[in-house]
Design a protein around this ligand. Sequence first.
Ligand SMILES: C[S@@+](CC[C@H](N)C(=O)[O-])C[C@H]1O[C@@H](n2cnc3c(N)ncnc32)[C@H](O)[C@@H]1O
Length: 260
Amino acid sequence: MPWDPSQYLKFAAPRERPALDLLARVPSGNPGRVYDLGCGSGNTTRLLQQRWPRARITGVDSSAEMLQEARGVQAAGPTVRYPLEYVQADLATWMAGDPVDVIYSNAAFHWLGGHERLFPKLMRSLMAHGVLAVQMPRGHGSARIDALVEIAQDPRWKDRVAPHLFPEVAPPAVYHDWLVKESRGLDIWETEYLHVLSGDNAVAEWSRGSALGPVLGALNPDEAAAFYQAYSDKMQAAYPRRADGTTLLPFRRIFIVAVR
Ligand SMILES: C[S@@+](CC[C@H](N)C(=O)[O-])C[C@H]1O[C@@H](n2cnc3c(N)ncnc32)[C@H](O)[C@@H]1O
């Protein structure tokens, strides 16, 4: 199974932090139509509903497993006007069918290339003063991602796992240049978090819920076990468990908030 919601949610708290930091920078207002692209298990979609209980909010994701998890938890309260909606679609071809106030996306677009074309297209689907808010990990150059790319070169599985590796995310200035013509306001920044993880083999387990999941899903069980073991050995060497039992994971992320 490429995406496993329970594995992803093992580290729900540190994964939520950048989602909140992104949301905090979206200009406040009273949006009517909001999309959460790459909504996964709906954690971020529910954050959007807490912020804008009167908005019609749709989560979009390609993973049936993640959407099933999302649909199983319907947040609601007395002030909520619409139930959350979830749609299965590929973000590479998804288009809003109606004028949009906010397009939000946390930790999803790094799975796709072609941002120079996709992001300006998303901007053009916004109403005037609408907001595109995107957060993506920028992990290339870290041991966490470089080990994954290196093990993926093994001829035993190279061809099968290649389509499940994500491309390198460009630096902030490049996104500035791709978006500046479409934006009346553009706020782009990077943060390197220090995620404090607990549990055995924490970094490999973290990755098994995200970057590593689709790769292992492309292999047979014996190959997946061999891949995971090789990756896990490298993670334990690069991110040793500390005396207090925690493992520290430095994690760089890019944030983009563009106002049309
Ligand atoms: C790391 S999860 C993030 C989920 C959620 N936004 C959050 O922050 O908790 C990434 C999600 O992106 C989705 N995804 C990846 N590539 C996609 C694509 N091409 N189209 C739609 N969804 C995609 C995956 O299915 C997964 O649910």
